[in-house]
Design a protein around this ligand. Sequence first.
Ligand code: TMP
Length: 256
Amino acid sequence: MSRRRLVYEGKAKNLYEGPEPGTLVQYFKDDATAFNKQKHAIVDGKGVLNNRISEFLMTQLNAIGIRTHFIRRINMREQLIRAVEIIPLEVVVRNVAAGSLVKKLGLTQGEALPRPIVEFYYKDDKLGDPMVSEEHIAAFNWAGQQDMDDMISMALRVNDFLSGLFMGVGLKLVDFKIEFGHIWDGDTQVVLLADEISPDSMRLWDVKSGRKLDKDVFRENLGDLVEAYAEVARRLGVMPENVSAGDDEGGPKLVH
Ligand code: TMP
């Protein structure tokens, strides 16, 4: 990896300079973090699975007309993406009460929400990604009104489509987080779905058993994270033949 220029180092992914202007290489690491990095481990094979799952979901979303940054998968851990200017917001869509919403509003985990709820969080690790309103976003100019409208309508389309897709393989899409970026198309700025869509950034529960098959397995010490993600990949029909193949960062699990 040292051949290429590192453009950005994230918690679970790195971005490298792409082969052509306007492109980047997104590299999926095996690092798992939770609670703003207070919990960290190397989970062998996670990056390979997230690369595949995100490729599959982005491709499906592209096919129904949702514009994404995804171009193509390059290898087990890398994909070619369009370079976008990331909007510094995390957009969360919830169908079922779980996680921080349960704590905030005193709901019961698993309760169906009356309608999908879209929330914005300002991306700032130092502040712990605080929840913000459209008023904050407009006042501090993190995104324009048109961007917010686009993000909300795209997020709800993603939710409808992915809820159906996952229900078809026996999984309930409880909630998820997505991120968006801008690119210039001629002289107009357009909003694209960016980052990744994987079990790192969503909650998926097995419909029959209620078993959690997402990063809550890591957050709540519920068992083998790779086994859970592999089950998601298998159900989606994108399970790589050998999850550890091409793994250049193997080693024992480190928890600190
Ligand atoms: P929450 O219930 O903890 O607010 O999480 C809502 C959804 O967003 C859940 O699917 C997990 C995802 N998420 C992330 O992808 N990154 C984060 O930093 C957090 C806090 C949540």
